[in-house]
Design a protein around this ligand. Structure first.
Ligand code: XIL
Length: 552
């Protein structure tokens, strides 16, 4: 007996010491690594492949710890006609999740889309009670089910500019429907985490600030908003949103949980290795932002295989937004998510080769095109693109990024010498050496040029618009100026939707920005900034160009 007990103890000790010292095995599924970070990793699931394809079921069950119904819990599925509830698709998802020890995030209770016509045509009193009844029945159906832990109570209440979306909800009930929806959800389940969810709120911009202000004010009024969901429908051709981690953190500081609810990162088709590598860095950066913010509970990907994704049906000419290809093969994006969750232990530490010397062409007062010989990458993660820097001594500012071996730099200062170099980067973030320098001098501006310059930086952009912040106005003359006028051109079809720190007027596509009292005076070499926001046709990726500055 004694011998048996000590052998057991020795065996137990051996097991403890033989366990890997790393948090999780490098080849372990995503959910194992996510759990070691205290996060969930989720996927939106569709009922048809879940019922019919074993490969789909196996990956869904093995890799993910959280599940969202892509459509099965929306109003048109759960209450197609008034008072007639149907939970067949929703229950299928919840049962699958329970069997696989996963949590379900309920999506979504109150939305302007996928809501039956009968709801939309109700008058105010009837609409409010229909909303409260729907929430009470749907949330109530799962209130005692431990698998369903959270809900998107309202979805997409803002328009693209951060104003209240003028949906039938808003038009019939005013903004009060939002607080009423949260109160009804809390009444139906006192334990569920209640979220407000939206898109283009991942970085800091006008819309995410509107969301921030709304959540702050709702919570001050005691409305039970527990969580903010950032959908995360990104596109590599629009650039990575600015300040994602800082944005998550400012919401966290309001006392709410945050989460990425619908991550997918699309590209213009056809797919290629360079786009895959860029996409992988976007996935990695979203995961790293969530890991860096304690209040970020996890990340849900909107599907997992390119075989089933809403992207090609919704964004024409775009696709390949997910982490498995259409044949269920893992893409570089999978590796990026895996490695970021596993602790950034990328196996690729080999940088790409150094790019060739850039050659400058098409030099104007404020733009120039650079072209260079491409790099190659042998480390495994693939060539992701290039960063272009200006040689300035201590810190060299980055002038732009390109996924090809060429870039057109815009927003340059007139009559200025530039020395620039290029570095290649791979999917694991390794940077090559610096290319040799290219030197060029921009031409003297037109009649509007001097004694000041203006350069605009696109801070964040999405399908239907972008924010230019800062536009930096610099006195390049040798005496003080009192007043400045910056002009620039908006691409065709773009319209100004907001501005700050200057007075902006438009004439056709030409915008004139004039200084305000407090920022009119600039000593030699002094700078000030202003910013603006623009709406553009969905899918258009153009941004403004041709900034010129004059005084006053
Ligand atoms: C999408 C689904 O993926 C599609 O299958 C459906 O046809 C339309 O809705 N924001 C949301 C999700 O909150 O519910 C949307 O899902 C994608 C955008």
């Amino acid at each position: 007996m004694f011998l048996f007990r000590s052998l057991t103890a020795v065996a137990a000790l051996l097991i403890v010491f033989l366990l890997p010292t790393t948090p999780a095995d490098a080849s372990a599924p995503l959910r194992v690594h996510a759990a070691s970070r205290g996060k969930f990793i989720g996927a939106a699931l569709a009922t048809t492949p879940l019922a019919n394809e074993s490969q789909y079921r196996t990956i869904a069950a093995t890799e993910f710890s959280q599940v969202t119904a892509e459509n099965a819990m929306k109003w048109d599925s759960t209450e197609p006609s008034q008072g007639q509830f149907n939970f067949s698709g929703a229950d299928q998802i919840v049962t699958f999740a329970t069997q696989n020890n996963q949590q379900v995030h309920g999506h979504t209770l109150v939305w302007h889309s996928q809501t039956p016509g009968w709801v939309q045509s109700l008058g105010a009193t009837a609409m409010r009670s229909a909303m409260q009844n729907h929430i009470s029945q749907v949330v109530g159906h799962y209130a005692n089910n431990a698998t369903v832990t959270s809900w998107d109570v309202v979805n997409e209440v803002f328009d693209d500019n951060g104003n209240m979306r003028t949906s039938f909800w808003y038009n019939t009930l005013g903004q009060s429907y939002i607080a009423d929806a949260f109160r009804a959800a809390r009444a139906a389940d006192s334990n569920a985490r209640l979220c407000i969810n939206d898109y283009n709120v991942e970085g800091i911009n006008a819309k995410s600030t509107a969301m921030y202000n709304l959540v702050s004010s709702l919570r001050q009024q005691g409305v039970p908003v527990d969580c903010v969901g950032f959908q995360g429908h990104l596109a590599i051709q629009y650039g990575f949103p600015g300040q994602v981690q800082q944005n998550m953190q400012r919401f966290a500081d309001l006392g709410v949980q945050v989460r990425v609810t619908e991550l997918d990162i699309r590209m213009i088709m056809p797919r290629d290795a360079t786009k895959d590598a860029t996409q992988a860095t976007y996935y990695r950066d979203v995961v790293n932002a969530c890991i860096a913010v304690t209040a970020c509970a996890g990340i849900t990907i909107w599907g997992f295989t390119d075989k089933y994704s809403w992207v090609p049906d919704t964004f024409s000419g775009q696709g390949a937004a997910l982490i498995y290809d259409a044949s269920y093969q893992q893409k570089p994006a999978y590796t990026a998510v895996h490695d970021a969750l596993a602790g950034g232990t990328s196996t690729d530490t080999t940088p790409p080769t150094t790019p060739g010397t850039p050659a400058a062409s098409n030099i104007t007062a404020n733009s120039a095109t650079l072209t260079w010989t491409a790099s190659t990458d042998s480390g495994g993660s693939g060539l992701a693109g290039y960063n272009v820097y200006r040689e300035q001594g201590t810190t060299d500012p980055q002038l732009g990024q390109s996924s090809t071996a060429s870039i057109t730099l815009t927003g340059l200062s007139a009559a200025t010498q530039y020395q620039v170099y290029v570095r290649a980067r791979d999917g694991a973030g390794n940077l090559s050496g610096n290319s040799a320098l290219a030197t060029f001098t921009t031409t003297t501006g037109g009649s509007g040029g001097g004694p000041c310059t203006a350069t605009g930086t696109v801070q964040t952009q999405w399908a239907g618009g972008y924010v230019v912040q800062p536009v930096t106005v610099t006195n390049t003359g040798s005496s003080a100026i009192n007043g400045w006028t910056v002009t620039f051109t908006l691409p065709a079809g773009h319209t100004l939707s907001g501005s700050w720190n200057a007075t902006l007027t438009s004439s056709g596509q030409t915008i004139t920005a004039k200084s305000l009292g407090y920022n009119a005076n600039l000593a030699p070499a002094a700078s000030t900034t202003f910013g603006f926001q623009v709406s553009r046709p969905a899918g258009d990726t153009a941004t403004p160009s041709g900034y010129t500055c004059a005084s006053p």
